[in-house]
Design a protein around this ligand. Structure first.
Ligand SMILES: [Ca+2]
Ligand SMILES: [Ca+2]
Ligand SMILES: [Ca+2]
Ligand SMILES: [Ca+2]
Length: 176
């Protein structure tokens, strides 16, 4: 990828905002029609996703920070809260429509119509969603969090549903 491409991609990503959909074509540097692990890692680096999710800058994304990162991805309009529909779309996109049976009301502890970041994180921690991610993404010690070197490969493994070492169009909700 040349420098102009990087600059252009950064501008596109910045414009798209924190919850904006990434385009597979932008990440597919060699034009193969799918995203390799190297292209994936480059895309996440340009997006700055690890430092974004590592809220305390410790070099580790722990379970609470992982929840916070997902919350940001799910918050489609970026208003800092999740409607039932944003929450449902996000869970379905990341975990699959049939794999998870969760109840919005159980997560929404104050019974208003929105999930705050704290409500989301508290409920995420008591769910098994982080553990499910860690198992699928080959994180050996999830309780210790996810280090920077493991972060992009873990997300790649998570989204590469058929384990053929590339992310094809339609395989991942990441590329909406
Ligand atoms: Ca951290
Ligand atoms: Ca929202
Ligand atoms: Ca609420
Ligand atoms: Ca694949």
């Amino acid at each position: 990828m040349n420098r102009m491409h990087v600059v252009l991609m950064s501008a596109i990503l910045a414009f798209a905002g924190p919850a904006g959909a990434q385009s597979l074509e932008d990440w597919d540097a060699d034009g193969s029609g799918a995203v390799s692990q190297q292209e994936w890692t480059t895309g996440l680096d340009i997006l700055g996703l690890f430092s974004d999710w590592d809220a305390d800058g410790s070099g580790i994304v722990d379970e609470g920070e992982f929840a916070g990162g997902l919350f940001g991805r799910f918050d489609q309009d970026g208003d800092g809260a999740l409607t039932a529909s944003e929450w449902d779309d996000g869970i379905d996109a990341w975990y699959g429509e049939e794999a998870v049976d969760l109840d919005f009301d159980a997560w929404n502890s104050d019974d208003d119509d929105m999930l705050s970041a704290d409500e989301f994180t508290d409920s995420f921690r008591v769910s098994d969603l982080y553990e499910r991610f860690a198992a699928e993404a080959n994180i050996t010690d999830p309780a210790s969090g996810i280090g920077e070197d493991a972060f992009a490969p873990a997300l790649f493994d998570w989204f590469d549903a058929d384990d053929d070492q590339e992310i094809a169009p339609g395989e991942s909700a990441w590329f909406g």
